[in-house]
Ligand binder design. Sequence first.
Ligand SMILES: [Zn+2]
Length: 250
Amino acid sequence: MAVAQEIRCSHCGAPVEFEPGEIIATCKYCGFTTVIETGQTFTFEHSLLLNKYDETQISEPIKDWMQSGFLKPSDLPRKAKILEKNLIYLPFWVISVEAKSTYKGVFERISPPVVKEGTVEKEYNWLVLAREAAEFPAREYDVPLEGKIPFDFRKIEGFAKVLNSEIDMDEALQLAKQQIEAHHRFLLQKDVDRIIDLRTEFSVTQEVYLHAPVWFIKYEYKGSAYQLIIDGATGIAVKGDIPSSKFGLF
Ligand SMILES: [Zn+2]
């Protein structure tokens, strides 16, 4: 990992550490957020989702996950050993947007093929992870936005880590637009086999910078290490590696 750099927090004067590539940093002493490049105050809404678990309590949702679902080995809750439990507040951009795609395509499943036109119109709170290279399945994360409060550094646990943003709002908006259009293309597969023309109009109603508590759990089972990701606001497993059960056929 590259060496951390430092700027001064313009609110409390404390050093604000950041790493190369990070462009928005939050002071861990006062919660003030600064745009690193310009040194300007971050003027957009900065929100926080509260974490419900401490390092002991997180064992409950871990156990629940291990016990549920028929794909898991039945001795998993008993035999699994927790190696690491890390609470990380991940930065996201939440783009509230109405997206309307107008399409023209060919329906080729019948003969002769027919040209179809239509629209797909949907509203989203589209989530963009504000990190370049994070192994986090943002599409599988149903962010519980109802619980968000204005960012408050006093609510951040001492043992937790807060990651800064590496993506600015404009970039997040571009990503969201691309991802939404790709999603609409995917949805259109049931109506048309080949898209000739697709145009999407976006009407953005809100853009929020959000830190959400995510537990990264590493556990060991029968000599191998696995990862489990749990939403700290709800206790819901976002994604988990499941050891393949050996059914012992022979
Ligand atoms: Zn500060």
